[in-house]
Design a protein around this ligand. Structure first.
Ligand code: SAH
Ligand code: SF4
Ligand code: F3S
Length: 477
């Protein structure tokens, strides 16, 4: 078959030779000196991983192929995250590694993309001498031009944020994909001003992507064998797109239904929901479609109303618990997960206890848990002293993790004996005799292979054992 997209073709070759002995080619042998190659690493949220696929598509248009060996590349890119100090430290460490590659292969260009590029702007070029390109999240279309600048030995920088850019027309080049599950970015930026959070500064104003381009991307993925899409946004519940021709608007519940109608065998997930914006209309839409997964990531951040107010989350403990009750009323089988921050400015032990008590009350299946990390320029950094000692933050975080692990284990134990519809994603990490896949509630289930099933198939699996992180089961024919 003729494939006129050299980049896609190349990715396919890499995938094939990764799959087994039949392809004894190494990546070095696939390397064709007539092409230019880029290597990309992504950090941070799913949005960043999704953006890297847009970047790959834009670079593909200007003749760059992706490669998984950075030593062979002409261009090394790192898509960065600024959410916590540690995230930025990781990036700086990676830049040291890239520096070594660059010394061995002079002429290799190094580019910093994403949130750290946006936060630090020109300062990044001053601080990190090896960096040739600094490109913010709304400037990726400018990459080919910036690369030309960098090739002449000058530095290329574009960190202009946009009120319109959604990359709606760009078909992402799926990187490191399992061919079954994919992310679709439905909006960009964030208009909330949570006082701890750097995202509004690094990602700019909230804007929603054309609903039809989202549905078209989902339909194309389904055609290509994908069976699950996750709709991405910092606050998906405030999705709102107005059709410039008809003036009609599409809200998030309506968008969910539009994507769910692409095909009953295409699962739909979404992330992240904001407790102040998630509506009963969304919950009823989830209930109406079997293929919209029963799983909501609803970050609470803190279980205490005074802290929530300082965080500027615009809901309190009662409001949050009311939303949780509505979820379980309308969607009895729904799993809910959370993000939790320990040791925010001025948090007392009693307020920390409110966070601990929230975990069993909301019955989270799992949580992402962090200790507070002050970010320069945020409301909290300007208004509230970061006054909880590091040891106290770490101890509170450990307590939160312990409670969550216990609740996760109980949540999973309640699944023993139940049978779930599972979408097979591939071999389990530990054994090629086992498949892994997820149920609607987003829980990973590992089970021994049987029959002729393959990734992308739906199967019924009965759970017979669990840990706090995974379910183990057997296929039900
Ligand atoms: N838009 C999402 C969150 C995106 S950031 C939402 O509103 O829920 C992902 C998570 O990182 C946040 O939910 C929060 O728990 C955590 N986080 C953000 N800023 C942080 C900071 N300064 N210190 C520690 N954790 C932080
Ligand atoms: Fe950050 Fe709040 Fe926006 Fe989430 S909703 S990205 S936490 S400002
Ligand atoms: Fe990090 Fe930016 Fe996402 S700061 S969490 S990569 S939006």
């Amino acid at each position: 078959m003729y494939n006129d997209n050299p980049t896609l073709d190349h990715l396919k070759q890499i995938d094939e030779h990764k799959q087994g002995e039949a392809f004894s080619l190494t990546e070095t042998e696939l390397y064709d000196p007539n092409y230019k190659y880029f290597y990309i690493e992504s950090y941070g949220c799913q949005m960043n991983f999704s953006d890297s696929e847009i970047v790959a598509s834009i670079l593909g248009e200007s003749g760059y192929r992706p490669i998984r060996q950075m030593e062979l590349s002409d261009l090394i890119l790192i898509n960065t995250c600024s959410i916590r100090e540690k995230a930025e430290e990781t990036v700086r460490k990676r830049l040291r590694v890239f520096d070594q590659v660059k010394q061995q292969k002079p002429g290799t260009l190094v580019g910093v993309l994403g949130c750290m590029a946006e936060r630090l702007k020109k300062k990044l070029l001053e601080e990190e001498k090896l960096v040739d390109l600094v490109v913010g999240p709304d400037a990726y279309r400018d990459l080919p031009g910036l690369l030309q600048t960098a090739e002449t030995g000058e530095k290329g920088i574009n960190v202009i944020l946009s009120r319109e850019e959604t990359y709606a027309d760009i078909s992402p080049l799926r990187l490191d994909s399992n061919g079954i599950t994919a992310f679709i970015s439905i909006m960009r930026g964030c208009d909330n001003m949570c006082s701890f959070c750097v995202v509004p500064f690094t990602r700019g104003r909230e804007r929603s992507r054309n609903a039809f381009s989202i549905v078209a991307e989902a339909a194309d993925l389904y055609e290509r064998g994908y069976r699950e899409v996750t709709l991405l946004g910092q606050n998906v519940d405030s999705y709102k797109w107005s059709n410039p021709e008809s003036g009609a608007t599409v809200n998030f519940a309506e968008l969910l239904a539009m994507v769910a109608r692409v095909h009953p065998d295409l699962r739909v997930r979404f992330s992240t929901s904001h407790p102040k914006d998630i509506t009963d209309e969304v919950l009823h839409t989830m209930a109406a479609f079997e293929n919209i997964c029963n799983y909501i990531h609803l970050p609470v951040q803190s279980g205490n109303s005074r802290i929530l107010e300082l965080m500027n989350r615009t809901y309190d403990r009662e409001w949050y618990l009311e939303r949780i009750r509505s979820i379980y009323r309308i969607l009895p089988d729904c799993a809910v997960s959370s993000d939790i921050i320990a040791g925010f400015c001025s948090e007392t032990e009693a307020e920390h206890q409110d966070t601990l008590s929230m975990i069993p009350l909301a019955n989270y299946s799992m949580s992402y848990m962090f200790f507070y990390s002050e970010r320069p320029g945020t409301l909290a950094a300007r208004k509230y002293p970061d006054d909880i000692p590091l040891e106290v933050k770490k101890r509170r975080l450990q307590e939160i993790i312990q409670v969550q692990n216990k609740v996760s284990l109980q949540h999973n134990q309640a699944d023993i004996g139940k049978t779930y519809k599972v979408l097979i994603e591939g071999d389990s990490r530990k054994s090629d005799q086992d498949f892994k896949g997820r149920n609607s509630q987003n829980k990973m289930i590992v089970f021994p292979k049987a029959g002729n099933y393959k990734p992308g198939d739906y199967v019924w699996v009965k759970v017979n054992d669990v840990t706090s992180a995974t379910l183990m089961g057997t296929l039900i024919s």
